[in-house]
Every structure is written in structure tokens, then in C-alpha cells.
Design a protein around this ligand. Structure first.
Ligand SMILES: NC(=O)c1ccc[n+]([C@@H]2O[C@H](COP(=O)([O-])OP(=O)(O)OC[C@H]3O[C@@H](n4cnc5c(N)ncnc54)[C@H](OP(=O)(O)O)[C@@H]3O)[C@@H](O)[C@H]2O)c1
Length: 304
């Protein structure tokens, strides 16, 4: 069973594995409210009680699909911690003023987008709002003002960020009234850069858990033409028997979760059998040498 863990000393309790919804509507054959409810109920059965979504997912359509499922199944919303993100505007019917894709983490935009997300998601609050991307043209004071107001009005219970560098995180963290509770970043065997760029170190220093997006490299781990993916999977084949014959996706999740900062992994598959398979990662504790064997396979050379 997947455990609940604190996201930070003052943060919410969340499940170690999070249901990601970026690709929720990608599969044309499975996009009704009934399909969404089925997937959410499977998550609950496995102990996955945290949902990660964003205003922009499905080009601004995924939040309303989740909201429709919550409306159809009363009581479902309250069983989850609901995380959403905002601050990316791309030209579309929903963002008529956007002439080009850009970021907007101004207070007014954060407040406007969050109020809209609450309506679409059929809820009166988010457990956590993340600023989706650093906006190079918003002051930290302005972004902080938006997050502070949303918390003081009870529209969000906590605030965090995504894709922030450690310096960007520090700056905003100094300006908000309530400490940021996470940085959602790309981290996987396919993209291990966060091991060395200071992001994971900062999380460990502040005792906040990072949230790792694309833990399977967006599926590249399984691409037969991807050399790193091939090396990693053959390395996994050699260790699988030690870990109860765990599947490659579960071993990849377990590697992410082995980092001392205690990352949450955000699963991206829509297939019930793969959701079940990755959930097994929570009970796999990779030993040190297997962590390094996978590091070596990911990088294509031994440690320096
Ligand atoms: N904050 C950010 O900027 C950001 C950016 C990206 C993502 N995210 C979050 O992170 C979540 C996860 O990202 P992700 O979807 O890229 O995660 P991922 O787990 O790295 O990739 C999921 C993809 O891998 C495929 N896949 C999974 N298992 C497979 C297997 N055994 N063989 C072949 N293909 C397989 C899935 O296809 P099937 O569906 O067919 O299984 C899906 O297309 C998103 O839903 C979102 O919530 C956040």
C-alpha cells in the first residue's frame, strides 16, 4: 500500500505516488466521466490519494473533465488532495488575449486562473497550487502577493512552485507569508540532471519533498531507439529477481524515490494495469549498488 507522507514540515499529507493528469484525455477511447471515475477509484484502492493537474492540461480541458467526475460521484473530491498549477498562457479559445505562448505569474493572473480552476474542478479549494513555470517578467513580490491572497481567502491551502531553479525558489520563498511546500521538477533515470543542479539538494536542506514529473521520461524509457533507455532496461533485467520480479516502470519509480529528499513520483499512464504496476514501487527499496548501477546505465559511464 502506498503511504501518506508530509510534503513539508507545514505542508499537507500526500500520497508518495501521485496521479498525474496531463495525458488524461489523450486516449480518445477513454475520456468520459465514467472512465475518469474508474481511474480515480483505482487510485484510491491503491492508496494514491493525490491528484496533480494544471490549468493548461489538455489545452485547458482536463480540469473540467476532473470536475465533471467529481460532480457525477459525490464524495469523490474529498477523498483526494487536489493539486493544480497555473501561469502558462498559450493562444487558444480560453486565452484569447495571448498572442504567443508565455508565462504569467502576476498576482492578478494567479488569482483569476485559480478562481476559474475552482469552478471547473467543482471544488471550493485546492489543497495546493503550484506556479507552473518561473515567469522572468514578474517580480517575486507580485507573485507572492497572489499566493498570499489565495491562501488568506481559503481558496488554496498551500502554495508551491514547479520548474524553479534553487535561486528562484529561494527568492519567492523569502517573499511569501507561508513557506512554499514543494518544487515540482523533472527527475528520472532518463533526465537525472536534478541530482546535480541543486534542486534536490535544496529540497533536502529545507526538508520539503520534491515532486518528480515524467518519472519514465514521458515513455522514452520504453523507446527501442533510445540508447539510454535500452541500457537502463537491460540493467533492470539483471536486478529484477531481487525485487520480486518488479516491472521496469516500478523499478524506475523506485529509483526516483530512493533519493534522500524523498521525492513523490507523479505517474502519467492512463492504463489501469500500468497504474497498478507502478504502485508496487512504494514497497521496493533499491540497495545502494543497484541505485548506482542504474545511475551508470543512465549516464553510459561509471561514476567519476
Ligand atoms: N510540472 C510540469 O511542468 C510537468 C511536466 C510534465 C508532466 N507533469 C506531471 O507529471 C505527470 C507524469 O508525466 P508523464 O506523463 O510524462 O509521465 P511518465 O510516466 O514519464 O510518462 C507517461 C507516458 O509513458 C507511457 N508509458 C508508461 N508505461 C509504459 C510502458 N510500460 N511501455 C510503454 N509506454 C509506457 C505512458 O503511456 P500509456 O498512457 O499508454 O501507459 C505515457 O504516455 C503528468 O501527468 C503531470 O501531472 C508536470
Amino acid at each position: 500500500m502506498i503511504s501518506q507522507v508530509p510534503l513539508s514540515p507545514d505542508g499537507p499529507s500526500v500520497s508518495q505516488i501521485v496521479f498525474g493528469t496531463w495525458r488524461l484525455l489523450d486516449d480518445d477511447s477513454r475520456h468520459t466521466s465514467k472512465d475518469t471515475i474508474e481511474r480515480l477509484e483505482l487510485c484510491l484502492e491503491l492508496g494514491i490519494t493525490t491528484i496533480d493537474t494544471a490549468e493548461i492540461y489538455g489545452l485547458y480541458t482536463v480540469e473540467s473533465a476532473i470536475g465533471a467526475a467529481f460532480k457525477e460521484q459525490p464524495g469523490l473530491r474529498d477523498q483526494f488532495q487536489l493539486i493544480s498549477k497555473c501561469g502558462i498562457d498559450v493562444p487558444s479559445d480560453e486565452k484569447k488575449a495571448a498572442a504567443l505562448p508565455h508565462y504569467n505569474a502576476s498576482a492578478s493572473n494567479l488569482i483569476h486562473c485559480t478562481e476559474k480552476s475552482l469552478q471547473l474542478l467543482n471544488t471550493d479549494h485546492l489543497d495546493l497550487l503550484l506556479v507552473h513555470r518561473p515567469d522572468w517578467f514578474a517580480t517575486a513580490d507580485d507573485t507572492a502577493r497572489g499566493l498570499n491572497q489565495l491562501i488568506s481567502e481559503g481558496k488554496i491551502l498551500h502554495a508551491g512552485v514547479s520548474n524553479y531553479s534553487p535561486r528562484q525558489f529561494d527568492l519567492l520563498n523569502q517573499r511569501v507569508d507561508h513557506k512554499l511546500v514543494t518544487n515540482q521538477i523533472e527527475f528520472s533515470l532518463m533526465s537525472p540532471g536534478a541530482l546535480d543542479d541543486g534542486s534536490l539538494t535544496q529540497c533536502e536542506q529545507l526538508r520539503i519533498r520534491p515532486m518528480a514529473w515524467s518519472p519514465l521520461g514521458g515513455g522514452r524509457l520504453f523507446d527501442k531507439n533510445d540508447e539510454a533507455g535500452q541500457r537502463i532496461r537491460s540493467c533492470m533485467a539483471g536486478m529484477r529477481s531481487k525485487y520480486n520480479d518488479a516491472a521496469d516502470d516500478a523499478l524506475a519509480f523506485a529509483w526516483v524515490m530512493a533519493h534522500p529528499s524523498g521525492p513523490l513520483t507523479i505517474l502519467g499512464s492512463n492504463r489501469p494495469e500500468r497504474i497498478r504496476s507502478t504502485a508496487q514501487a512504494a514497497s521496493i527499496k533499491l540497495d545502494r549498488q543497484d541505485c548506482y548501477s542504474l545511475w551508470q546505465a543512465a549516464h553510459g559511464h561509471p561514476v567519476p
